[in-house]
Design a protein around this ligand. Structure first.
Ligand code: HEM
Length: 161
């Protein structure tokens, strides 16, 4: 059996910046069409997509592949939105749902799973910080060893910049 037959239609894993660009473009295409989240970007924040998309390529490239190209402050960016619209759990869950669907449509593998876990973690952090509500998952007693390791690596990385 040839290798092309073996690889058949299984989606590839997310292995490089090219994949990130594909994912981010597809994700925000969906977000822009979304009734709940689209208006937050287009009307409330009036996002300039020519700036936002490359910023998001750099963000995920830094999270996944440590490119170090992201410059920004995600907490501030979302905290500013709280005064203008409710940044509810429902909205974060919906954001995550679209993110998961987009990843699943394009990729399959370790990195694909990892980027979804990162997004889930960050959604929890952003949601709880900007709304000033505790996140029970961040009670150290509830963390798995893998999560504890991941969070401390993330903290070290963000304190370097
Ligand atoms: C309800 C969910 C969310 C909404 C409505 C939302 C909306 C937005 C908007 C409107 C901006 C642009 C702000 C501006 O340019 O002034 C933004 C920036 C950003 N978002 Fe979100 N977001 C959500 C969740 C998330 C999550 C879960 C993540 C991370 C996994 C994330 C990562 C980012 C990053 C990295 C930026 C750029 C921040 C910067 O400029 O430094 N967002 N978001």
């Amino acid at each position: 059996m040839s290798s092309s037959t073996v690889s058949s239609d299984a989606p590839p894993d997310l292995i490089d910046r090219e994949g990130i660009i594909l994912l981010v473009d597809r994700f925000y295409e969906r977000i822009r069409e979304d009734d709940l989240l689209g208006p937050i970007f287009s009307e409330i924040a009036q996002v300039d997509w020519e700036t936002h998309l490359p910023k998001m390529y750099d963000f995920w490239d830094t999270v996944l592949f440590r490119s170090g190209t992201f410059r920004g402050n995600p907490l501030d960016a979302h905290a500013k939105l709280v005064a203008k619209t409710e940044m509810s759990r429902v909205k974060f869950d919906h954001w995550l749902e679209i993110f998961r669907q987009t990843v699943a449509e394009l990729f399959e593998g370790e990195n694909a799973e990892h980027i979804v876990r990162c997004a889930e973690d960050m959604a929890n952090v952003i949601y709880s910080k900007i709304n000033n509500v505790p996140d029970p998952r961040f009670d150290p007693a509830n963390l798995s060893d893998e999560q504890r390791e991941r969070y401390s690596a993330y903290k070290e990385k963000s304190s370097e910049t």
